[in-house]
Design a protein around this ligand. Structure first.
Ligand SMILES: [Zn+2]
Length: 508
């Protein structure tokens, strides 16, 4: 064990040395130049608590002998390091709707709202301003495309659940649309029976229902690429399902396609890329799935940074919208193998909790309401132990298998923390004995969140920012500074364009 541990750190150390800080002259001229970017790539690892970055980094160092793209960027002196205060209008803990809206319109809104104030005032999203300025606009995600984070950049509705109006608002505003959530576009699933896919086709969009059709995307193509209803698969499951691999692209592949379409846009582009399932797997207290989706996000970061380094005219912002359940690797005693070996167990896992629950005839997707039993079904403890053995290769203690089985049946009172007194909560706690990764709950947290920026304009993302300032910086960098009405005490009462060149926000 001791020598294995030394190997692990030796390998990790070699990976660190392998990161070259030397860059080309062209790159050296980028960043911190005071110039405005032509293009902006805004990348959101949704629900990424601070502890997720090192979990992904340790995994990358161990498996690939190299640093993650995000960690490499953090070591570059020319990158800007910051944090966002993501509070919403009605809570110090935001949801993804209020979080994305704060960036998307510059005003704090109530949790659950998309760019709309509590009195119903509809606010102008950054994507609409980008489009009016002549930029191309893209949204790429691993969840439903109408869901909160993409919607916050391009739609305005009272409630994030209003998927059908969101899908309508994207048409002719968002040029590149890739992710899940097809149900909001098809005649058979929409309440008004409108065939939005046909409407998009008539508006000149290339329709790509599976990955192979993406090969037809050319520079300037408008794209509607929805790879199923609801979210795309967790990365840990996607990689093991041949049919999914054939038909559903990874986040990195979608990002590359979006850049192929928009990279030569005459007036530039604004692209939001969301790794959504980091949030979902954190809600599910599923450490292995969190790590795999964060690494899939990091691969997309690599695609974006390659583009930006080649070009020199592109700002890349990496961030998250809130913490979630705050996973962290604990110091683990010898009885459970020590922290390194525990983390390696998580690395070796072969299925998400969601897939494992399906095998148990259950559903373990995250459940934010701790009192809700959902569709839990009683399961034999022996069956639980067998499925966990199959996918995590650990032998559960009988009392732990029994606790999971009882939680699967909806029994309460198994643990004292009400959030974790659920199937996913009990599962997460039991598995933390083996993976070493503990969770503080099953929901979002109020933590300041990490951001890192690279390229022209990155200097404006240094330090601790209020979430709403991100909108002001994005719109000013795009050359279309704008103020929306707000309801949070700031002296803003009407929407207005701000004359270009006015230095106001730089002083905020
Ligand atoms: Zn969430």
């Amino acid at each position: 064990m001791a020598s294995q541990r030394r190997d692990f750190f030796k390998q990790a150390g070699l990976g660190m040395v392998g990161v070259s800080l030397l860059r080309t002259n062209a790159e050296a001229q980028q960043a911190r130049t005071g110039k405005r970017p032509k293009n902006i790539i805004f990348m959101v690892s949704d629900g990424m608590s601070a502890g997720v970055l090192p979990l992904a980094e340790l995994t990358s160092q161990y498996e690939n002998k190299r640093a993650t793209n995000w960690a490499q960027l953090l070591r570059e002196p020319r990158a800007a390091r910051g944090m966002f205060d993501q509070a919403s209008l009605n809570s110090c803990v935001t949801d993804s709707a209020a979080a994305s809206s704060s960036w998307g319109c510059g005003s704090r809104v109530n949790n659950g709202s998309i760019n709309t104030l509590p009195d119903g005032t509809s606010l102008t999203p950054v994507g609409k301003l980008a489009k009016e300025k002549g930029l191309m606009l893209g949204l790429v995600t691993t969840t439903a495309i109408w869901d909160a984070t993409p919607a916050g950049f391009a739609a305005s509705v009272q409630a994030r659940s209003m998927r059908e109006p969101i899908a309508e608002q994207y048409r002719n505003r968002v040029d590149v649309i890739m992710g899940g959530g097809r149900e909001a576009f098809t005649a058979d699933k929409r309440s008004d029976k409108q065939d939005l896919v046909a409407a998009y086709r008539d508006s000149g969009y290339l329709i790509a229902p599976t990955k192979p059709e993406l090969s037809a995307v050319k520079p300037g193509s408008k794209v509607l690429a929805l790879f199923g209803d609801g979210p795309l698969p967790y990365s840990i499951d996607h990689v093991r399902n041949e049919n999914d691999r054939t038909n559903i692209p990874t986040l990195a592949e979608m990002t590359a396609i979006a850049l192929r379409s928009m990279g030569d846009a005459k007036k530039g582009f604004l692209l939001q890329v969301e790794g959504a399932r980091i949030d979902h797997s954190a809600h599910a207290n599923d450490a292995a799935a969190v790590i795999r989706d964060q690494l899939a996000f990091d691969a997309a970061v690599g695609v974006a940074l390659d583009f930006a380094r080649r070009r020199g005219d592109t700002l890349v912002v990496l961030c998250t919208d809130h913490g979630n359940s705050n996973p962290g690797l604990n110091s683990m005693g010898s009885a459970t193998g020590g922290s390194d070996e525990c983390l390696r167990r998580a690395m070796r896992a072969t299925a998400s909790f969601s897939e494992m629950a399906k095998q148990l005839g259950n559903r373990s997707d995250y459940n934010m309401d701790a009192n809700k039993v959902s569709d839990a079904k009683a399961t034999a403890a022996e069956r639980v132990a067998a499925v966990v053995k199959q996918h995590h290769n650990v032998d559960l203690k009988p009392e732990h298998a029994s606790a999971i089985a009882r939680a699967a049946g909806g029994e309460k009172g198994i643990v004292l923390n009400a959030q974790q007194d659920t199937l996913v909560g009990v599962m997460g706690q039991v598995m933390s004995n083996h993976t070493g990764v503990g969770f503080v709950g099953t929901s979002h947290t109020a933590d300041f969140v990490t951001s890192t920026a690279f390229g022209p304009g990155c200097e404006h993302f240094e330090g601790l920012l209020r979430n709403t300032d991100v909108f002001q910086k994005l719109t000013t960098l795009m050359g279309t500074p704008f103020k929306n009405p707000a309801a949070d005490g700031r002296p803003i009462t009407t929407a207005s364009h701000i004359p270009v060149g006015e230095p106001e926000f730089w002083l905020v």
